[in-house]
Design a protein around this ligand. Structure first.
Ligand SMILES: [Zn+2]
Ligand SMILES: [Zn+2]
Length: 346
């Protein structure tokens, strides 16, 4: 089969590799849609190395069709349309036991420990089936929509930590696909106003086209003044950092009101640090949280919200490629012009 094989940092090659076979308890899917994630770009450029194997196939946002069913699998059959929460928890460690399976001590994930979705076929390991990580797609749902359940689920996990309340002013820094999902989720949570800051003009326009009302350009205006002007000078209730720029951590602390919440949602490049004025947290009693991956219930919720049309994720897909053109897909995704880039098997 054709696959985009990551051979070393910055070395992605379109290769012919062995088509996977389903061992007992496993499935093989024909990947029908896989999305390029910001994390994939950080892996490709060597800015994320934790858990990454060489050579390997990356890609963790996907949906497909069951083409092979291993012995002993009873809950799925050939032809089923399925999608998957790619983070497989051990269900036995201290974190899993307390409901924090997204930070499981022994978690394994598609695109990391197991080969991922930028290929024609993908093997789903038995532990993923027993853990309940594989979901039947709702009947009318497209493979593309289902593949977006993973990033949306990660945002749902971040929103829980961010604690958006009815009536809040929420600031999202970064209008990439993740920032726009956060903006949409904040609105659903009852935010009074959502302000998005983004220096890239094309992305600002894309955000406005997708319903963002308060758009700020940090390259020409002060985000702080923009936020204060809309919050009686107090600052936002919640700030979500949806772009992995370490210097923006301190900016986020300055944008939030006393007692407000800052969620550092985006991952930063390995080894990067940031200077922050810790007194902002101290005197202003700011609650700072992080966000790591997703839980199975976040995934199921994301799938349901997408299928109910509560979040229009399809409008986030701006570019589509076939597996044979995966390398071009990655270039486009890294260009800053695209929102979500899909790779298809037609
Ligand atoms: Zn992702
Ligand atoms: Zn665990």
């Amino acid at each position: 089969m054709k696959a985009a094989v990551l051979r070393a940092p910055k070395v992605l090659q379109l290769s012919d590799i062995a088509t996977p076979e389903a061992a007992p308890g496993e499935l093989v899917l024909r990947v029908r849609a896989a999305m390029v994630c910001g994390t994939d770009l950080r892996i490709l450029t060597g800015r994320k190395t934790k858990g990454v194997r060489f050579p390997s196939v990356i890609g963790h946002e996907f949906a497909g069709e069951v083409v092979q069913v291993g012995d002993g699998v009873t809950q799925f059959k050939t032809g089923d349309r399925v999608c998957m929460d790619p983070v497989i928890p051990c269900r036995a460690c201290a974190y899993c036991k307390t409901g924090h399976e997204n930070v499981c001590l022994h978690r394994q994930a598609m695109g990391y420990e197991f080969d991922g979705a930028f290929a024609e076929y993908i093997r789903i390991p038995a532990i993923a089936l027993t853990a309940g990580n594989v979901f039947m797609m709702p009947a009318q749902m497209s493979f593309e929509s289902a593949a977006l359940a993973e990033p949306l689920a990660c945002c749902i996990n971040g929103q829980r930590n961010a604690g958006v309340q009815v009536g809040d002013t929420v600031v999202v820094l970064g209008a990439g696909p993740i920032g726009l999902m956060h903006a949409a989720l904040a609105r659903l949570s009852g935010a009074r106003q959502v302000i998005v800051s983004e220096p890239n003009a094309a992305r600002r326009q894309a955000a406005v086209d997708r319903g963002v009302e308060h758009m700020c350009d940090p390259s020409t205006e002060s985000v702080m003044e923009f936020v204060k002007a809309r919050t009686d000078g107090l600052g936002a209730d919640v700030v979500i950092l949806a772009i992995g720029v370490p210097q923006l951590a301190n900016e986020s602390l300055n944008l939030v009101r006393k007692g407000g919440h800052v969620n550092l949602f985006a991952g930063f490049s390995a080894g990067e640090t940031s200077n922050i004025d810790v007194n902002l947290i101290h005197y202003n009693e700011i609650v700072v949280t992080g966000a790591s991956a997703l839980r199975r219930r976040d995934y199921e919720l994301a799938l349901n919200m997408l299928s109910a049309g509560q979040i229009d994720a399809n409008s986030l897909i701006t570019h589509r490629y076939e597996v044979a053109d995966s390398l071009a897909a990655f270039d486009e995704a890294g260009s800053g012009r695209a929102l979500k880039v899909a790779i298809h098997n037609v």
